[in-house]
Design a protein around this ligand. Sequence first.
Ligand code: ADP
Ligand code: ZN
Ligand code: ZN
Length: 763
Amino acid sequence: MSASAKDNQTGRLWVEEGEAKVGPVATVAPVAPIDKTYAFAVPDELADRLEPGQRVRVPMGRKGRVMDGFCVDVQTLPWTSTLRFVDSLVDARSFLTTELLQLGRWIARYYACPLGRTLNALVPQAVRAQAGFRSVRRARLVVSPTEIAREHRLGAKQQAVVDALSKATGPVEVERLLDDTGSSSATLRSTVAHGWVTLEKTKEPLAAPDFDQPRHEPDFELNDEQVKALSRIRRAIDVGAFRVTLLYGVSGSGKTEVYIRAMRQVVEAGHQVIMLVPEIALTTQLVHRLASRFADVAVIHSGLTGVARSLTWEAIATGAKKVVIGTRSAVFAPCPDVGLIVIDEEQESSFKNLQAPRFHVRDVAIKRAQLASIPVILGSATPSLESWVNCDRTDHYERIILPDRVRSLPLPRVHVVDMRDEYRLLGRFAVLSRLMDEKLTATLDRGEQAVLLINRRGHASLLFCPNCKLRLECPSCHTLLVFHSATGQAKCHYCRHRVNVPDVCPDPSCRSPLVAFGAGTQRVEAVLGKRFPSARVHRVDSDTMLSESRYRQLIHDFEARKIDIAVGTQMIAKGLDFPFVSFVGVLSADVAVASPDFRADERLFQLITQVAGRAGRRDVPGEVVVQSMAPNTPALQAAVRHDFVQFATAELQIRRKLRLPPHARLVRFVLAGTKDADVRREAEALADRVRQAIESTAAPNADTLGPQPCPLLRLRGQYRHDLLLRTADAGTMGQLLDHLRANKLLAPKVQSFIIDVDPVSLA
Ligand code: ADP
Ligand code: ZN
Ligand code: ZN
């Protein structure tokens, strides 16, 4: 659009090309894979309606194709002749607060994602579409009836409309007006045409989403440790500054109760609270518990319908809801006045977003709290090593420990069964070891409930020699090598050293064929059915638990003791709180160890600790049996003793030695395409560019690892190779990424390219 054409249209006073007029200029981030922002002049008719955070349509490219973008800034600047105009508004108002816009900018930079795409991820689609809102038209009388009567003789219907409007205290909804007066819309239009009546259009919410509030539950008295923890958190709240509190306590130590009291203090002071949980399906009980303690709870999760989501968003944005509980997207809840953020199970890998922007909810929440100058509580029975070390090296962090279970309940006793012995005894892999069978039988005989954890069958397993018990170990790290059936290679998940797998035991005096373990979990249900025909076995996994109602049903059935044994994957390990579970069995601890990256042992520790935490939560003491081919793994031994500190100390030493997180920062680049050789070549070229960038920016302590084939080499028909960039700290990483992006060095010619900053999985 040329400058003069616009002039004719708006009657602006500037004419000559090149002569600068000063006017509003919007900075716009296109919602597209374009890693840049652009400036546009704001035409007069939009000038007082456009604000940062709003979506606009802007002409892009040589042909001026119109696309959506986010306005991120408006400033008064010279209108140069090269500026194009904002075409139109997409949203009538901004869905992003200043604080969220700032947070979005941080995410875009830190996670190396285009700004427009990032901002688009901050507001749910349904909210942008304003699902659940209806257009309401209202009529308002703008000329007094006496004045109208002076110049016109009104028809009966027109008179009725004017009378009705003059009696009303404000504008009247059009449908009601027509109903009440029995007039037609043509009549109304005629009054509008005369200029007596104006129509206004607004969007208003349908009925607010209902939420069945359970009855109010009384408080119980906190124990001494809880009181101490709470008073320290309260101090942080009173100071009203950014501060991170890591609340570490075994499961059942009363952490949730501490969050609730802290949240209440903030809500009573008139502020809002966001509580983030890993998966809403697992927290049905928690939602119920919060709803019984707070009047205004809003729940955000991926299972909400568009309408419910949009209305919930609105209720939060107006401040009507004080407590927000939700999964990933709740970290972007549009609270006008958030006073505290709580993150339960902060170590959970499901807090990592799996699409660009690949942010980690915990880290985004911490950033949000920093921008808002408010405290954050991270809670966990098995804190992430990242958070754990931050307490030692960052002033903003504080560690609070709840050492015991409430009401002095003992932690469950954990037994480990060496499955190599079982194998030798039977000459095959049994699903249930003798001890597992014995304990399960006893539990059922006592009429108590059991939880059995099976792991989804991994693509990797441990190798061992059934004859001499020798296991394949990494020559440099002395950790177990993991066998990958896809490649036929064994690999160290710390240093990524790989060897071709021998068929027979490497010990020259043995030479027995090696065995891979880790399969067979599919048979579990069948085996249980045969072994315990009268037991009611129920399977819980992500397939059977797709809907929230089925999950609620399960919880109900379990509480009503209609289920004797719940068999399930990881899902079952988390969050459930049942009084009559006295036994927990882990069928194979090794599948967790066999996961393909350096966090394998950390995951193993977390998994065993979590699932063990399901046992003996009320008055029945708990017991746990863990089956493993590698019973002496330090992480497993620490889990048996419920000793997180011991685990963390040993594991952190390894991480330091090998320069792995949290003692370094990683960025993972994943390249994928249908031709392996092409992908490999592009990965090599990318590695060269990254190394050059390290050199040219003189980045201290930065290097690359790889490129190399991913553990999951083929996925959805594409070959995948990855490259790791490693730096000592986040600052260096940010600078390197800035440099690489600014110089367009991160654009390999492959079908799919992923940048994953602080990856939680290297699969
Ligand atoms: P965590 O979050 O650490 O697993 P919870 O707060 O869920 O622990 O507490 C575990 C159980 O103990 C819950 O059923 C809770 O209602 C109960 N509980 C928590 N604090 C107390 C207390 N001070 N006195 C009695 N029961 C408590
Ligand atoms: Zn051997
Ligand atoms: Zn190694």
